[in-house]
Design a protein around this ligand. Structure first.
Ligand code: GLC
Length: 538
């Protein structure tokens, strides 16, 4: 890699997002600029310097559009505006410009599957059976006995159909009843969304994370889902049915091709990243033949346990399944999942460092979630604290997603640097004394420096950015792989030190920072719960 230091710039032939590190911002919890306890765009603009210092190339913002917040922004009531909690369109324009000045692109969340029931489209559609936009949503008559049109359930639990008494039909919702699903068979819906994509792309947005990408088309005949079997995944078994007809329909690919074609009319490599919670074999189809998504989130990886055989298997299957040209994407936390420092690392900082090194050294685009860089874990909340409708509904069996949505921990002290001292944030702060950006930035052995140095190392190393992945032989509990010509990555996910024969060269970066630069001869020793990147001698 030292030779490759000359190659510190970015590759010109490859699109920017392949070599990029992306970072998810949950705007409500990132930084509060106006002291109301809610994060906002001015707050985010005020913290771009941190993201530039960290070295990320692009931000994906969870929805910033107006919403009654039944599902915290994922129930959109206007697709072409900014929620007043977050600021204005001018703030968004300023964010795009200020980020660009720092070499950072902005991606937005696109929520095409459903709207808020407060969206003017739904209000109009619900006004009568002959309303102009009636067919923009999925309406159907009751069965003769008055029961719902078919057996589809909501992925949030309960029936997927809600009766609309005023017009005597049921409407379908894959999530909350306040989130009616759009009817993607309707051409006006498709045309309108083309306009929405353009609205943001014209403002310089670099692309979209597409929410619920795999469920937007429903079976035209509204056939019943088949019952789940023992072979099915946990969710299907929990719901008692396989989501065959209300999700994963083949026609979704037409819509993705349409969006891909549209984004390609824009310069600068705009990117589409799908929320695609499907098995790896099906994930492949979402890339199309290079004409659908650029990146499809890998939920099999996200849900795997933190052990070497399990993670290695997902990566190997993904590597084998993706056709040439399709680029993987790796993530450990997001606003729907528990955070990896808790989920994978069980609160152990050493393990969290290994997980971070893994995410940043696989072949593919890593997407960090805000706080991953400081090893922020889930925050324990009381029932009174809960804001996520799922937690409110299912407590105490399931506390929902709020534990991963608490405010970013910037500084010690009241408000944690997220909001002004004395202001009650919309969700409680975690332990800002123990874990915060400010303190970690002043400690070069901290997690945030590890994140920054790993990102910088990727930038310098063509092997780490773009080199091919190959599993290497390793003792039980150890996962080792090579990248490109000379990079070797080793994760020891066990309690004891091990030795890996056949690696000569130097340690470039280890989670045990004292080893950075150490030369390796006679095999590579790797400590318990250590992760490292080595460079083989030429
Ligand atoms: C996606 C979002 C999630 C939301 C759901 C319904 O899964 O990530 O937060 O609740 O869609 O919109």
């Amino acid at each position: 890699m030292s030779g490759a230091q000359a190659d510190a710039g970015r590759h010109t032939d490859d699109p920017w997002w392949k070599a990029a590190v992306l970072y998810q911002v949950y705007p409500r919890s990132f930084a509060d600029g106006d002291g109301d306890g809610v994060g906002d765009l001015p707050g985010l603009i005020g913290h771009l310097d941190h993201l530039e210092w960290l070295g990320v190339d692009g931000l994906w913002l969870s929805p910033i559009t107006p919403s009654p917040n039944e599902d915290w922004g994922y129930d959109v009531s206007d697709f072409c505006a900014v929620h007043p909690d977050f600021g204005t369109l001018d703030d968004l324009d300023l964010l795009v410009a200020e980020a660009a000045r720092r070499g950072i692109r902005i991606l937005l969340d696109l929520v095409p599957n459903h709207t808020s029931d407060q969206h003017p489209w739904f209000r109009e559609a619900a006004s009568s059976r002959v309303a102009k936009r009636r067919d923009w949503y999925v309406w159907a008559d009751a069965k003769p006995d008055g029961s719902p049109p078919n057996n589809w359930v909501s992925s949030f639990g309960g029936p997927g159909w809600t009766l609309h008494p005023e017009t005597g039909q049921y409407f379908f919702h894959n999530h909350l009843e306040q989130q009616p699903d759009l009817n993607w068979w309707n051409d006006d819906v498709r045309d309108t969304f083309d306009g929405i994509l353009r609205f943001w792309l014209d403002r310089g947005v670099a692309g979209f994370r597409i929410d619920c990408c795999n469920v937007i088309i429903k079976d035209a005949e509204l056939l019943d889902n088949p019952p789940a079997t023992e072979e099915d995944d946990f969710e299907a078994q929990m719901f008692g049915q396989r989501p065959v007809y209300n999700a994963n329909r083949p026609e979704v690919h037409e819509v993705l091709r349409r969006w891909r074609a549209l984004t390609e009319t824009y310069p600068g490599g705009r990117v589409l990243i799908g929320e695609t919670p499907v098995p790896v074999d099906d994930l492949v189809s979402y890339y199309g033949s290079g004409d659908e998504l650029h990146l499809a989130f890998n939920f099999t990886f996200l849900s795997a346990p933190f052990d070497a055989p399990a993670l290695r298997a997902v990566v190997e299957v993904t590597e084998a399944a993706l056709p040439p040209g399709a680029w993987p994407v790796w993530t450990g936390s997001n606003h729907d999942m528990f955070r990896f420092p808790t989920r994978w690392a069980g609160g152990d900082p050493q393990r969290a460092r290994v997980a971070l090194l893994m995410l940043l050294c696989l072949r593919g685009t890593p997407v960090l979630y805000q706080g991953d860089e400081i090893g922020m874990g889930d925050v324990t909340l009381t029932q009174e604290d809960l804001r996520d409708p799922l937690g409110v509904r299912y407590w105490p069996h399931y506390a929902g997603r709020d534990a991963a949505r608490t405010p970013m921990q910037w500084r010690p002290g009241p408000g944690g640097g997220f909001t002004a001292a004395g202001v009650r944030p919309w969700l409680p702060l975690g332990d800002v004394e123990a874990t915060n950006v400010e303190r970690q930035r002043s400690d070069r052995y901290s997690m945030v420096h590890l994140a920054r140095d790993l990102i910088a190392l990727r930038r310098q190393s063509a092997d780490l950015r773009l080199g091919r992945y190959q599993t290497l032989d390793a003792p039980d509990g150890v996962w080792a792989w090579s990248r490109g010509e000379r990079a070797v990555v080793v994760l020891n996910l066990t309690e004891g030190a091990v030795r890996l024969p056949g690696v000569e060269g130097a340690v470039r970066l280890s989670t045990d920072r004292g080893r950075d630069g150490e030369s390796i001869s006679g095999g590579l020793r790797i400590g318990a719960w250590e992760g490292l990147v080595a460079e083989r001698s030429p």
